[in-house]
Design a protein around this ligand. Structure first.
Ligand code: ADP
Ligand code: MG
Length: 393
């Protein structure tokens, strides 16, 4: 089909010894994720349904007591970044190193005695593809420090720390899904997460046993439009909730949608707000539909729900792009059971549910469609529902 699912990458323990001398006290891993259904719902207190990928960020780490934090990624040029933990300040740059440094900052802000560390990182999660390479980096750092400093935090608490790092230190206004997925997913399952109170359920999602494959199509494009559009969608959703007199769009049940849309129109809401509300309430409902189908063992029947999710992201929320629409339509025309863009949109990846026996043909059709449209070849691999963050050694 396609590419290897998981490249081994360099050994972070060997890199650690080369860079810092001595042995790391351990090696940890945290995965990227792909979201099956439930998009732009997490900042509305809604439902999401991600699964962990076999691709991981790995970290070889030793603690320090002298306030020094040294960070290295074998995937970016520039060598070791050396910082002082007591001088970490939000929005102070540091490029990629802001993600792990932000975790140290967030842990210390929460009162945890993290007194420094040497960290050697490497990752096989594609970057900027909507597969949460950033959360993988945060969660692997948080888990390692949790173990080494014996902080006693639970997986969900580590996710909250990772999100705080990304929101308040790096300055990216993401919801909690990515960090929860990286921290809490389990092998062979999708994670049904209620982002309001972080209650979760592991939903069995054994694709292989059903003769199915879930392909990820990485379009390898990322349109600059994305950042401003995210903030604008977020503000529009908040405006919708305000006009409806509810705390968040999560509080609007699906069977109340038509009445709510009429109320919004009467209140003079912008037509964009009406579309955003339509999408968010619809996608929360689609998460519940997919879960019911998975629980009933009717995984194939989730395909049309994915298709409808894409239509709504394209037409209601308007966060798709030509490459994502092409990936989805080419897959659908080649016989996929269902397909949708996943993640924030404006590039990044799509997911395609397909009969395992047809996975190669569908992947080939998508690649051919990209070539025909003059786009660079997409990266396509099978998303095997994998384990969340863990200690490797
Ligand atoms: P996504 O999380 O969807 O991959 P983001 O824009 O949220 O995309 O995060 C990507 C950023 O995370 C990169 O620009 C880089 O700063 C950081 N990052 C991810 N993986 C690595 C890595 N292996 N080494 C260094 N930095 C990384
Ligand atoms: Mg990210």
């Amino acid at each position: 089909m396609t590419e290897t699912t998981e490249q081994a990458g360099p050994d972070p323990a060997a890199t650690f010894t080369e860079l810092y001398g001595g042995e790391p006290h351990g090696v940890w891993a945290a995965p990227g994720r792909v979201n099956l259904i439930g998009e732009y719902t997490d900042f509305n207190d809604g439902f999401v349904m991600p699964l962990a990928l076999p691709h991981t960020a790995r970290a070889a780490v030793a603690p320090r007591t002298d306030g020094v934090l040294r960070l290295h990624s074998s995937d970016v040029p520039g060598g070791v970044v050396s910082l002082r933990v007591d001088e970490l300040a939000p929005h102070s740059g540091h490029g990629w190193a802001a993600y792990p440094a932000g975790v140290v900052w967030a842990l210390r802000e929460a009162g945890h005695p993290v007194t420094g560390a040497d960290i050697a990182l490497t990752s096989t999660v594609p970057t900027g593809a909507g597969l949460s390479s950033s959360a993988a980096l945060e969660i692997v750092t948080a888990l390692a420090l949790n173990d080494l400093f014996q902080l006693g935090l639970e997986a969900a608490e580590l996710a909250v720390i990772g999100r705080r790092a990304e929101n308040d230190f790096v300055g990216v206004p993401c919801g909690i899904m990515d960090q929860m997925a990286s921290a809490c997913c389990t092998e062979g399952h999708a994670l049904h997460l209620d982002t309001r109170d972080l209650t979760l359920r592991q939903v069995p999602f054994d694709l292989a046993a059903q003769g199915l494959t879930l392909l990820v199509v990485d379009t390898r494009v990322k349109h600059a439009l994305g950042d401003g559009a995210y903030a604008e969608r977020r503000a529009g959703c908040e405006e919708g909730a305000r006009l409806l007199g509810i705390p968040t769009l999560r509080d609007l049940p699906y069977d109340g949608l038509d009445v709510a849309l009429a109320t919004l129109a009467d209140a003079g809401a912008d037509e964009s707000v009406i579309r955003y509300v339509t999408h968010v309430v619809g996608d929360n409902h689609r998460v519940e539909q997919v879960i019911a189908l998975l629980d009933a063992g009717e995984v194939r029947a989730a395909g049309p729900v994915l298709n409808e999710g894409h239509r709504s992201l394209r037409d209601d929320l308007r966060v798709s792009c030509a490459e994502l629409d092409l990936a989805v339509s080419a897959a659908q025309e080649a016989g996929a059971l269902g397909a949708r863009m996943t993640g924030g949109g404006f590039g990044g990846s799509a997911v395609v549910l397909v009969e395992a026996a047809e996975a190669d043909a569908v992947a080939g059709a998508v690649t051919k469609a990209f070539a025909g449209a003059g786009h660079a070849a997409p990266g396509i691999f099978a998303a095997i529902p994998s384990a969340g963050a863990r200690r490797l050694s």
